[in-house]
Ligand binder design. Sequence first.
Ligand code: ADP
Ligand code: ZN
Length: 750
Amino acid sequence: MVDIDAPLLTARTRISVMLPLPLGGAYDYWAPVESAVAPGDFITVPLGKRQLIGVVWGEGRGDVSAKKLREIVGKCDATPLPEVSRRFINWVADYTVSPPGAILRMAMTAGGNFEPPKPIIAYARSKNDIDATVRLTPARRRVLDVLADLLSLPRAELCQEAGVSSAVIKGLLDAGALVQVELPQPATFAAPDTDHAKTELTGDQLAAANQLISAVDSKDTGDSGSEFSVTLLDGVTGSGKTEVYFEAVAAALAKGDQVLVLVPEIALTAQWLRRFTDRFGVAPAVWHSDIGQALRRRTWRAIASGEARVVVGARSALFLPYPTLGLIVVDEEHEAAFKQEDGAHYHARDMAIVRAKLGDFPAILASATPSLETLTNVERGRYDVVKLGSRYGGATLPHIEIIDMRTDPPPRNLPGQANGRGANFLSPPLSQALAATVAAGEQALLYLNRRGYAPLTLCRTCGHRMGCPNCDTWLVEHRFHRRLQCHHCGYSGPVPSTCPECTTEDALVTCGPGVERIADEVARLLPDARQTQMTSDTVRGPAAAAELVSRIEDHEVDILIGTQMVAKGHHFPRLTLVGIVDADLGLSGGDLRAGERTYQLLHQVAGRAGRGTLAGQVMLQTYMPEHPVMTALLDGDREAFMRAESEARRAGGWPPFGRLAALILSSRDPQAVDKIAANLGRTAPRTNDIQVLGPAPAPFAVLRGRHRRRLLVKSGRAINLQPAIRHWLGQISVPGNVQVRIDIDPYSFL
Ligand code: ADP
Ligand code: ZN
């Protein structure tokens, strides 16, 4: 007997699917049994009128009635998301109090496209003779000439090489003079060769490397071949930390594992990439937000398939679907750049450690100025530590000198110059040292962590300050672009010739220096010196950074003037003088870590001096020579400084001796945000263990046109804050025009 209902009775199962969207959780769908989907599979599902790619998260939860459930569309051609990645996403979502879909989205940033890569179409000369009737214009001739040498080129390159429009190419194609060919995909991610060019390590380095290697090679009863551990590689600047952890990378590769190296700012890794390539014979896969769509897709697939063995990347690289990850190195672990503050707020160093724990493999944290968090974990015995106490190759640590700006002020401003032009910010000892360095054929670095020309413009007549129309901030003059800019919202406007308040002409004066203004001063002091600026305004992207770095290495630059972009990682052997224009910058403001961060940054900048055979000198300009940060730098006594920091934080119950979370509310409507803030303040979980501070206006009370209020939640270390926060927020209904952001372990207090 024929059963006409058979298709309807096809067996199907309930599965739960996580979508890369900030929704509450996974949604149930029907999956036909013959589709054989398994947890981790990427599948297409309907959502409303759309179709989306999501990940099978597990069995259905059964919280939606069978009738309402929709059926999946189909399976994608992609390597499934590994089980450990799914556990990691759930863990991070729980910890950061974010929707798991928002974390999954970071794991899927391949453009959401799982189609196999398309072949590349290129153009070549036709083998047949060109028909005599084809008119050969000069443009067409150029195309054919280019292809005579190069055989075939994709259209964009061909147009550029021959200097023609694509219409010319189409014309030649139609005339049969060109043919299309398919190019193979660009080179794949070749495996690094662990024996390519082994570095000869010094005795200290070898001992350190061996300790890291034994962490990688440690075996427990599990099958992963290693076990979870965290080791701090604590080495002075220039001690060869990179060379040392490369040996741990080699050990992990030798076991067949993948390795992730997290770096704070990918634009700075040109030198790092070259060193990796010198050591391992091939370049690693690189991951950051600026790589192009096509490369991003290929890289994602190569990581998911295990073909890409070493990945160096910014914090987002942490969420990629590594099937065999066996080691994470966090370079410059103290860097604030590891804290993500858009969308889900997370600290990449802390989450890297969680990832290592879930994957049961070691993590290495490298720094010359470890964070108080990490040092405290070493003290508590949770992390191991390996130390490198001296610079490689006999280089000595630089000589540090403090310049008291109260007794050694810069020369008076040049007379008769309007708009504060001619103002000076370099003290006599620093200018003299600068001149001497250039005269000796060496290089100098002037460091000032402030972009633009001047941080404040005000009216000499009425005192009006030029502020941002959207934010509670002052506008920064950028003389290069002749504009006033807001560094928070990106607002920019022309520099007015009259004061907008009192309309006096030519009364606006600039106050304080930015790097552009220091560049002016250097040009006045040493007009023949070759100077260049290194800031995010002048160096856009990794290629530009790499070019600048090689110009400095080739000694095409005498004086480098830069923001924190110059502070990290660079190794310029001829650089012997570092001048810190304003060492006090960053110490003011209510930031919990202001002292620690200033110390780390200045130490790092100072560490750029004298890394080769030439001795280095550092000059710190300050109005507070007796400040603990300055004396610690002068005495080279990191231990004492961190001990004092640690005592202060312990006494206040601040991290890492207590827990902290921030709630930041914002809205275009100040009344709406105040109402919710007051409401949250009233219902706050105030117990013996949990303290809620605020609501108070956030440090920038208005940002990008949004009014901001902040509450800080503080508790002892043993308290699990997240459930309390979830419960608290769950009781309040927040209108759509108010945004609530949760920042667990806040670092910046914006
Ligand atoms: P750190 O990261 O500790 O500041 P680096 O790893 O950048 O130090 O090393 C400083 C410089 O010394 C680099 O140019 C590096 O290539 C070189 N170097 C360090 N150790 C060795 C070694 N064993 N052999 C050769 N060069 C080394
Ligand atoms: Zn603004």
